[in-house]
Ligand binder design. Structure first.
Ligand SMILES: NC(=O)c1ccc[n+]([C@@H]2O[C@H](COP(=O)([O-])OP(=O)(O)OC[C@H]3O[C@@H](n4cnc5c(N)ncnc54)[C@H](O)[C@@H]3O)[C@@H](O)[C@H]2O)c1
Length: 307
């Protein structure tokens, strides 16, 4: 059993991670400002601090009380369009807030910090790319995520703190916030179940590498509790376009989806997929949930929700 702090633990991925950590009998504390997360997603066995990761005094106090051994730093401003409209706010949360968490990690001798970065740092990709592929930034969100990766590299050397960066592909599953990064599956499954039209920005042939949240949670655990540090792509390595995604949802939901095509939006990447071989080999982790199985679980959850 370890003492663990999860920032963003009331959010989509964070709350699924907290459930698994609690199930494994770890002692879990959550920091979340509930800006997109929901109190009802919080596991009742986790201790909850409603706080902003940028609040220096409050975060220092939480670390003093909790003395975590591991920190999963998932709290983020993760709306890509918002990062284009308000890049200062994005950098305040995603770099400044991250540094506030990191500073408390080294001051409190945390063993390891796990940080989710994004597939967005590779920009357009023709095929699934490895971790060394060149980086191209089409939105401040991706640039700031990458900047924080680099801060982790710098300070892990200075303060001898272990870290793992997990560059997530497009994550989907129960509790996904519909305004966040790559929320297309969340939005389409929600609209499909309620018979609402779906908007396609661009020609619909844009591709993504969709990964189910349970696989991502397992990757977080492997990265934290193994001796391995460094940077890993967390993905399926499979390329799916929006029309194929729509077909899968229609098949599971047994109903046609009505969609409207709209112009492509600034800051959005057309094709993006990641090669997960390093994580397969070093972390001994592999994405196991098929798109159809993941969509079944997501639609099951959407149907169970009111509103
Ligand atoms: N969903 C994806 O496809 C995806 C892909 C790549 C990376 N990521 C990363 O994974 C992490 C989790 O994303 P998610 O999809 O669960 O998003 P989410 O919005 O559901 O979760 C983020 C959580 O952070 C909290 N938060 C935001 N700003 C905060 C602040 N200043 N202080 C405290 N809490 C704050 C929110 O309330 C929310 O609960 C993020 O770091 C995101 O950048 C997600």
């Amino acid at each position: 059993m370890s003492k663990i702090l999860v920032t963003g633990g009331a959010g989509f991925i964070g709350s699924n991670l907290v459930d698994e950590l609690v199930r494994l009998k770890h002692k879990v504390a959550v920091v979340d400002d509930l800006s997109t997360g929901k109190i009802e997603y919080l596991n009742p066995k986790a201790k909850f601090y409603q706080a902003n990761i940028c609040d220096e005094k409050k975060i220092a106090e939480i670390f003093r009380i909790e003395k975590p051994q591991y920190v999963f730093h998932l709290a983020a401003q993760m709306d890509i369009r918002k990062s284009v409209d308000d890049p200062i706010f994005d950098s305040e949360v995603n770099i400044g807030g991250g540094l506030n968490i990191l500073k408390n990690c080294w001051k409190n001798k945390v063993k390891k910090i796990i940080f989710p970065s994004t597939a967005g740092i590779y920009g357009e990709t023709k095929k699934p790319v490895s971790e060394e592929a060149p980086k191209f930034f089409e939105a401040p969100y991706a640039l700031h995520k990458y900047a924080f990766e680099k801060h982790l590299e710098i300070f892990s050397k200075i303060y001898k703190i272990d870290f793992a960066v997990l560059r997530f592909a497009n994550v989907y599953g129960p509790r996904q916030y519909k305004g966040g990064e790559g929320a297309v599956v969340g939005i389409f499954t929600y609209n499909a179940v309620r018979g609402l039209p779906c908007k396609i920005f661009g020609d619909g042939r844009q591709t993504r590498d969709f990964i189910f949240v349970d696989d991502v949670v397992k990757a977080c655990l492997k990265a934290a509790f193994s001796a391995n540090t460094g940077v890993y792509n967390i993905s399926t390595g499979k390329i799916i376009n929006l029309f194929a995604l729509i077909k899968s949802i229609e098949k599971v939901n047994n109903k046609k989806i009505i969609y409207r095509k709209l112009p492509r939006r600034p800051g959005e990447i057309r094709n993006n997929s990641l090669n997960p071989k390093r994580a397969n080999r070093i972390l001994k982790w592999k994405a196991l949930v098929s798109l159809e199985e993941g969509i079944k679980k997501t639609i099951g959850w959407v149907k169970s929700q009111k509103g």
